[in-house]
Design a protein around this ligand. Structure first.
Ligand SMILES: [Zn+2]
Length: 289
């Protein structure tokens, strides 16, 4: 199951449910998954799990000690396990981490993001303005999600050249790109170190949690990129987890002209999901034959 499959299945799941009040109440999803939610005080770092009864009914247990937004994410993540029929492997690494996470867990996180921020609803309410801290926080609050989840969604669904990069312990883990950037062949290598000259590098080097915005050269971030054009970078560093996130964007006028990558175009056609191909390929896809 690749990323396009997961997103397609998530959207099919969302399409069967009345999502008009989903930002307040997730119970239509819970019902659609033949599940019930039970809150319990779980150990630190344990967000939740699912028990399936002999009659096929699922009980989703969520950690009531975690934040409301975190609990909402957990409920949707557990629904993903049920809907996709994927086993849990929660013990390995904390859920905020993309590093070494089991592919099932990454798939369930993507499914959860589709449920929490249904794309049609997102596109109908997202203000048509430049990204800012205020805008990202507004969207996170509106959909009851974390700031990184909202920023990632913004990049994926934006019609401007835009990317959202997740970094851990100084290395790039994941990058979501808008369709415009993907079609332009903009590439950020996973597992590369945070580039020198980026805002992310500067604030992480300062050794404290901080949020900053600045203008940097596009070729600081994108591999084999034309020099001389700038982009905006909004970056936030979380000292406790040594996690850094950056939202990158620029005017369409500042997009260098390049040939569309045929490989990328083929993936798009096969998935039949042109409106949602804003992400990098599934981790490890490049190694597939
Ligand atoms: Zn899981």
């Amino acid at each position: 199951m690749d990323e396009a499959d997961v997103r397609q299945r998530a959207r099919a799941f969302v399409a069967r449910v009345d999502v008009s009040n989903i930002r307040e109440d997730l119970s239509p999803y819970v019902t659609a998954a033949n599940a019930k939610v039970k809150k319990d005080e779980l150990g630190e770092g344990e967000s939740g799990y699912t028990i399936t009864k002999p009659n096929g009914k699922h009980i989703i247990i969520v950690n009531s000690l975690e934040t409301e937004e975190r609990q909402r994410f957990t409920v949707c993540h557990e629904i993903a396990h049920i809907a996709l029929g994927l086993e849990s492997s929660h013990e390995e690494v904390p859920s905020w981490s993309y590093a070494k996470r089991h592919p099932n867990e990454i798939a369930c996180d993507m499914f959860a993001a589709e449920l929490l921020m249904p794309y049609q609803q997102w596109l109908s309410v997202v203000p048509k303005e430049e990204p800012s801290l205020k805008l990202m926080q507004h969207m996170a609050d509106l959909f009851g999600t974390s700031f990184p989840a909202a920023a990632s969604r913004f990049a994926s669904l934006s019609d401007m050249p835009c990317a959202f990069v997740t970094m851990e312990r100084g290395a790039v883990r994941y990058a979501a790109r808008s369709t415009a950037l993907r079609q332009a062949g903009a590439w950020i290598s996973p597992r590369s170190i945070i580039p020198l000259g980026s805002v992310a590098h500067r604030i992480r080097s300062s050794g404290k949690s901080a949020t900053e915005r600045g203008e940097v050269s596009q070729d600081v971030w994108f591999d084999n990129w034309k020099k001389g054009l700038d982009l905006w970078e909004l970056s936030r560093h979380y000292l406790r987890t040594d996690t850094t996130i950056s939202l990158l964007w620029f005017d369409s006028d500042d997009l260098p002209e390049v040939e569309v990558n045929r490989f990328g175009a083929r993936i798009e056609d096969a998935g039949g999901l042109t409106e949602l191909t804003g992400e990098l390929p599934w981790p490890g896809r490049s190694r597939r034959r």
